[in-house]
Design a protein. Sequence first.
Length: 105
Amino acid sequence: MEAIFTRGNASDDTLGGRISLARDTVGLTMEEVARTIGVEADTLRYWENDQAEPGVNRLSMLAGVLHVSLSWMLTGFGDGPDWAGFIEVPPLAPRHIGDPIPPRH
C-alpha cells in the first residue's frame, strides 16, 4: 500500500518532524526504529514530538536507519527521504481561516 502525505519544505520542519517524516517514508514503526537504535519507543516518541532531542550518536544512528543524511536530519537540507512510491495530497486544513477545505481524492 502506498503512503499518502503532504510534503512540505523539510527545512521549515522541526527535527522531530523530520524524524517522523523519514520514518514514515521508509515504512517503519516507532517500535521498529527504537529497537534498531537501542532506545525505548517512548523515547523516540518524545523526539518526534519535539519534547526531547537525541544525542549525536543516536541522531547519527537514526540517519543511517532512515536512509537520510545527518545534515538533512539537522537542517532539512541534504540527502532526504526517497519519495518514490508516495503520493502527494493537498493539506487537509485550509491555509487561511475561512478558506474551504480541499477535497480528498
